[in-house]
Design a protein around this ligand. Structure first.
Ligand code: NAD
Length: 330
């Protein structure tokens, strides 16, 4: 068992988190992650209204008695949601852990902290991690360039970003972006994090509420099968490579505006991919970790495997290297 400041803070068995994922972070997946001893987050904005979010939280409670949280992401949207009302639904539902992500979270952090909620803020740079720490969040999820969704604009991969943040951030930190197996967990711990956050890897599990065909596409994809859209709009998003995302990148090279690609990129269209199983129907988030995803396990199998692999690497592989050094010194 790997115990860290993060597992103690949020009260879970394993240092593994399933972070917010638009259209994917629903009760079935979050409950399965919780029952596997990891920490799952329901994605607030996947629910059409704050009232639906309350119902989704209640539905998740029917499927697990373990801790789980809610993600609230604040990024540019086609139709701005009523963030304060979603926040109120989270607070009134008695949620104990929240993952915030995106721009200017202060107002939300202040309100969540007033209600004793543990806040994990996901961000993509050391300066934003330090600013979130000053805002009073309890933990940072530091998100490298490998990630699915929004990697920010600095393009710093985890191998640099995680230790750079660990050198400065004092509160517990989990590493996000490019994680999917025990090797990644050990690497994250070595780089200064106290757990890992996974999105794409959890998307590709039995309980993940997306079409089987999309899971199979993730297994088929390699690490090169992503595109970065919205680069020219300073809202970069890493999505699966397909005819739609490639078209958006081409249009951006020609100098398009958001309005000209709005219909191609609309989240509602991406949602259709997950529901109908046509990976070419719209843009959908996926990270470079696709290259290391080769199966569709249950969440329990996945979490147990990652922990077992990590323990084996630490106790056998790394320790044996230390032993041979000791022998050489004798
Ligand atoms: P949407 O349909 O409102 O927008 C689709 C995409 O276009 C999103 O990536 C959005 O950031 C981007 N976008 C919207 N307006 C833009 C503008 N004026 N300039 C540049 N880019 C713009 O998004 P959705 O799929 O309904 O998602 C709702 C919100 O949740 C979005 O802000 C999205 O970024 C965010 N999100 C959250 C998660 C999460 O894990 N919680 C994951 C992915 C996306």
């Amino acid at each position: 068992m790997i115990k860290t400041r993060f597992t103690e803070l949020v009260g879970v068995e394993h240092p593994i988190v399933q972070g917010g994922m638009q259209w994917v972070g629903r009760a079935e997946l979050v409950a399965a992650v919780a029952n596997a001893g990891a920490l799952g987050f329901i994605t607030a904005l996947t629910q059409p209204t704050p009232e639906d979010l309350r119902k989704e939280i209640a539905r998740c409670r029917e499927m697990t008695d373990k801790p789980f949280g809610v993600n609230l992401t604040i990024l540019p949207t086609i139709k701005p949601p009523p963030y304060a009302e979603y926040r109120q639904a989270i607070i009134e539902s008695g949620i104990k852990v929240v993952e915030t992500a995106g721009n200017k979270p202060q107002e939300h952090v202040t309100e969540f902290k007033k209600h004793g909620i543990v806040v994990v803020h996901k961000c993509t740079s050391v300066r934003h991690a330090l600013s979130a720490e000053r805002m009073g969040v309890d933990a940072i999820s530091i998100d490298g360039f490998e990630c699915a969704g929004h990697p920010g604009e600095d393009d710093t991969p985890g191998l640099i970003l995680i230790p750079a943040a660990a050198d400065k951030v004092k509160i517990p930190m989990i590493a996000s972006g490019g994680f999917g197996d025990g090797r990644g967990l050990v690497a994250a711990l070595a780089l200064g994090a106290e757990g890992i956050n996974m999105g794409t890897r959890f998307m590709c599990t039995k309980e993940s509420p997306i079409h089987q065909r999309v899971k199979e596409q993730i297994v088929a994809n390699d690490e090169r099968a992503t595109e970065l859209i919205f680069r020219t709009m300073r809202n970069t998003s890493r999505v699966a490579k397909n005819s739609v995302s490639t078209k958006v990148v081409e249009l951006e090279k020609e100098g398009t505006t958001f309005d000209q690609v709005r219909d191609l990129v609309a989240g509602a269209r991406g949602r259709g991919v997950y529901e109908n199983g046509d990976p070419e129907a719209g843009v959908w988030s996926a990270g470079q970790i696709q290259g290391l995803i080769h199966d569709i396990p249950t969440c329990a199998e996945l979490v147990a495997r990652i922990v077992r692999e990590a323990e084996d690497i630490i106790a056998a592989r790394l320790d044996s290297m230390m032993a041979s050094r000791r022998m050489a010194a004798e």
